[in-house]
Design a protein around this ligand. Structure first.
Ligand SMILES: *Cc1c(COP(=O)(O)O)cnc(C)c1O
Length: 444
């Protein structure tokens, strides 16, 4: 068993002992390894040379829970947001507006006005958005760092839905479309306050060389702007995130060092210190620092195949359930006390609680035979899983616990998000029928 797997088992046993997992009261929970986050952030910082002006901003969509964002801030990160809600979460986590970057393809006027008023950095996604920013700045100056997101059109990776630098991607201004380079150069020339270039090539499934090539195009374009204008107007490059995560084992590969190596090979100008750099990693900082645990409620044999019905399904493992080939997850079998189950494996389906047949975490997966009261663990689910639940069958959002393991092996938990209550689900399900809410009127 890997050290990481031993640590998960230790945490799981403690969670059962302390009642954070309970077959009656807490059948599903998420866990975030706060020590692990600190290590991942340290690896990210260590991958770039000391003295290079780099600001690492965590992509809030990967895990927007406020105590998680706060932990990242305390570890020296900034924050990248893509909606008014994420901006509010980042502010609630204590980020200085100057350390927040706002990227989104559909920013409203009100959102742009707020970001510019607060001094949050903004990357415009289109020429139309740029025109809106013009009007807002004419009404009121802003301290925000402002840039344009360009699409380097270097192509996609293994998961189409995660590839943002294809020739027809909805994101950014496509660099290679006829006439765009000149239009962009004109846009920078006409707007001395446009001082950043932004790109994000894609996420899970994109090879490191593809990501680095896309960034290299953005850097070359920044150089082209500065040469054309005859002065260094572009002072910073926001290179996005997207380092893929290894979902197959506990090995952290590729690491941030490998990423920085490929970046150095393709875009050496980034390492001269001539540009400030912002990064926007999400999944690679959080995925492997979180896991989901769920009880097996029932088991059955169907058509000769064993099926375990657990409490984790599409509501917390949305991508895995709807796109199982793109997002396979490991499933680990543990007994009712949290101890890992070993021994002979049997092919079985691991299902969730949702009322549709495709609600499966794993199909025909060899695992020690799961039994009623066992616990299944889904490693690598710290990003884009329990923190971004999908509302279905009115299943509640599960509790999420932060964890630290002391040098003496003692496990301490801190509540990050309480489980959603039935009252909260009711409140989120629309207004009450008038007949129930209004006092009965006398019938004439
Ligand atoms: C989603 C996103 C990120 C983070 O991607 P990860 O794959 O989680 O690292 C960064 N920047 C932008 C603009 C994004 O949309």
């Amino acid at each position: 068993m890997s050290r990481t797997a031993e640590r998960r088992e230790r945490i799981l046993r403690a969670a059962v002992e302390q009642g954070l997992l309970d077959p009656d009261a807490a059948v599903l929970a998420g866990f975030v390894d706060l020590d692990g986050i600190a290590e991942s952030v340290a690896a990210l910082h260590g991958a770039f040379p000391d003295g290079l002006p780099v600001r690492h901003a965590f992509a809030a969509k990967a895990n927007c829970l406020i105590p998680v964002l706060e932990e990242l801030r305390l570890n020296g990160m900034g924050c990248e947001v893509a909606s008014a809600g994420e901006l509010a979460q980042a502010l609630a986590a204590g980020f200085d507006p100057a350390d927040i970057v706002y990227d989104a393809p559909a920013k409203t006027r009100a959102e742009l006005e707020q970001a510019l008023r607060l001094g949050v950095a903004v990357n415009a996604d289109s020429f139309q958005e740029l025109a809106r920013i013009d009007r807002l700045l004419a009404a009121r100056p802003s301290a925000s760092r402002l840039g344009i997101r360009v699409n380097p059109q270097v192509g996609g990776g293994a998961i189409a839905a995660m590839s943002t630098a294809t020739s027809t991607s909805k994101f950014g201004i496509p660099l290679e479309d006829p006439g765009n380079r000149q239009r962009l150069l004109d846009a920078y020339r006409d707007r001395p306050w446009l001082t950043w270039v932004h790109t994000h090539v894609g996420s899970q499934g994109c090879p490191l060389d593809l990501i680095a090539q896309g960034i290299a195009r953005a850097v070359e374009f920044a150089e082209e702007i500065n040469e054309t204008l005859g002065h260094r107007q572009v002072v910073g490059i926001d290179i996005g995130g997207g380092l893929p995560v290894n979902f197959r084992s506990d090995e952290v590969t590729p690491g941030f060092d490998a990423y920085a190596d490929r970046l150095r090979a393709h875009a050496p100008a980034l390492f001269t210190g001539a540009y400030e750099i912002v990064t926007e990693f999400g999944r690679s900082l959080l995925a492997e620092n979180g896991f989901t645990a769920a009880y097996v409620e029932y088991t059955k044999t169907v058509g000769g195949r064993p099926v375990a019905i657990t409490h984790a399904g599409a509501q917390v493992a949305t991508r895995t359930v709807f796109a199982p080939d793109a997002w396979p997850l490991r499933v680990d079998a543990h007994d009712a006390r949290g101890a890992a189950k070993h021994g002979r494996t049997t092919r079985q389906d691991v299902a969730g609680p949702c009322c549709f047949a495709g609600d499966l975490l794993a199909r025909n997966r060899p695992l020690p035979l799961l039994d009623v009261g066992d616990i299944v663990v889904l490693p690598d689910t710290g990003a884009y899983y329990f923190s971004t639940p999908f509302l279905y069958n009115s299943l509640p959002e599960p509790a999420v616990h932060g964890v630290r393991v002391g040098a003496d092996g003692r496990v301490t938990f801190r509540l990050i998000r309480p489980a959603q209550t039935v009252e909260q689900l009711l409140a989120a399900a629309g207004t009450r029928p008038l007949a129930a809410a209004a006092p009965a009127l006398p019938v004439p």
